[in-house]
Design a protein around this ligand. Structure first.
Ligand SMILES: O=P(O)(O)OC[C@H]1O[C@H](O[C@H]2O[C@H](CO)[C@@H](O)[C@H](O)[C@H]2O)[C@H](O)[C@@H](O)[C@@H]1O
Length: 248
């Protein structure tokens, strides 16, 4: 039984707010490039940024450039590529995955391995690769097999299951590490970490927030470590708007 959204506490006035992107701020779409930014989202994020003294961050499996394409005016920090990239105050302060990786070769190998299955979408990422089977879920075993082989062939890269997709990401990256780095610096340091996310990659970050005095909010269904849950991105938007109303 999922707890109702009303069981989620109010956003603390001294929160450090960490928000996942796909499935959390925006609804899941048929393809990565097809997500739609809900009306009001950019303004909501800007107002939260002001309300929380700048302590608002996007934490995504997407790379930072991709996120900036969707939210060009977002004023907060961005942790991209599952934490392999970090941008603070508009400055890229980290863009490394710590793996000696021939990215072109990885991308070519992934594309070649699924060339016979055009329904599988190959997402070439700056710190790895994702294979999406949303267009034909029966292809999940094919994707899992190919990605397992690619993981074996690329030391330092690990499998990251996602929604209707499997990714390869650097083993040293992770959203929990991104939270750790942000919580060590202003304006995040000393605040209560609150993390909202919908996917497996968010679980370590929600656990991290909860281990450091804050809480996690799972968006949607599925097993989670989060202490709280909301049904969908619209419910999260309403909760965030409620926090902004209280601040008036
Ligand atoms: O950490 P996130 O911001 O949640 O990003 C996770 C991955 O999201 C994207 O894929 C997912 O969303 C797509 C668009 O809704 C959907 O078509 C796909 O099936 C989902 O897996 C993105 O493409 C990945 O790069 C992100 O890592």
């Amino acid at each position: 039984m999922q707890p109702p959204a009303s069981s989620v506490p109010d956003l603390p006035a001294n929160a450090a707010l960490f928000l996942d992107f796909d499935g959390c701020l925006v609804e899941i779409a048929p393809r990565p490039d097809a997500v739609v930014i809900p009306p009001g989202l950019p303004e909501r994020l800007a107002r939260l940024h002001g309300r929380l003294g700048g302590a608002v961050a996007l934490v995504s499996g997407r790379d930072i450039a991709d996120l900036r394409g969707f939210l060009p005016d977002f004023p907060g920090a961005i942790a991209g590529s599952h934490g392999a990239e970090l941008s603070l105050d508009g400055q890229l302060i980290q863009k490394t995955h710590g793996v000696d990786l021939d990215l072109d070769s990885l991308h070519r190998a992934a594309a070649a391995a699924v060339a016979d299955s055009p329904a599988i979408l190959v997402e070439r990422k700056p710190h790895g690769v994702a294979l999406h089977y949303r267009a034909d879920p029966s292809l999940r075993p094919v994707v899992e097999e190919v990605m397992a082989q690619l993981a074996d062939a690329h030391p330092g890269m690990v499998l990251q299951p996602a929604k209707m997709a499997v990714e390869l990401r650097p083993s040293g990256a992770g959203k929990d590490g991104a939270l750790d780095r942000l919580m060590a610096v202003p304006p995040f340091a000393g605040r209560v970490p609150v993390y909202a996310g919908d996917d497996l990659t968010d679980e370590v970050a929600m656990a991290h927030a909860q281990a450091h005095g804050g809480f996690g909010i799972k968006i949607g269904e599925g097993e989670t470590v989060a202490h709280h849950r909301m049904s969908d991105p619209a419910a999260l938007a309403r909760w965030l708007d409620g926090a902004l109303m209280e601040a008036r």
